[in-house]
Design a protein around this ligand. Sequence first.
Ligand code: MF3
Ligand code: CO
Length: 237
Amino acid sequence: MRRSGRVVREVLDQLRTLVAPGVTTMDLERTAEQKIKDLGATPAFKGYYDYPCVLCTSINEEIVHGIPSEKRVLKAGDIVSIDCGAVMDGYYGDAAITVAVDGSITPELSKLLEVTEASLYRAIEAARIGNAVGDVGAAVQEFVEANGFSVVREFVGHGIGTHLHEEPQVPNFGTRGHGARLRDGMVLAIEPMVNSGKPGTRVLEDKWTAVTADGSYSAHFEHCVAVTKDGPVILTQ
Ligand code: MF3
Ligand code: CO
């Protein structure tokens, strides 16, 4: 899983450098598809429930599962979430980042990105043997809400291994001590989705793109994290 995690990270690191005004989300998709191939891996998302692409690219009020398109041109002041999955030797990796398209994003949007990424690291700290799934969710929720943002309920993180989605579900909300206990060797894809406005969501006509119900902005960061005797180990670092 370190190997598939490394592939996903290399793809995201390259895509981050390409994000700029005028670039389309299909440009990112093409680069990602080639890079996954060059690294000897297979895309994890393409064909999964008939999903058409190797990336999910979600702009501004889009939360997750935005479909790359020639028609979606990134512009100054936008934020874009890039989510990538890859398979190596039968094992999955899955990670996401949200980046500003340029330096002109508002302070409120910068704060949304910072708080969402920081909430992921708080959740990772809670991914310890003997803790509950609720400890991970509560770590995200408490931090996000203390900063005036809200946590999406309809989409959650997940176990990951020889399948993209395994048990347990890993919500970004919860109660400390509640839910399944974390055991040595479990790997969790922890992926906070945070809205600048209210938590409500809806899915567009394309049946994939999830957007905020109130049109507010949304950010998304994801890592795969192994629960081990030495504490949490990030596999997509
Ligand atoms: N990171 C997302 C997830 O774990 C991406 C899935 S996109 C899909 O659910 F197309 F594969 F569904
Ligand atoms: Co995921």
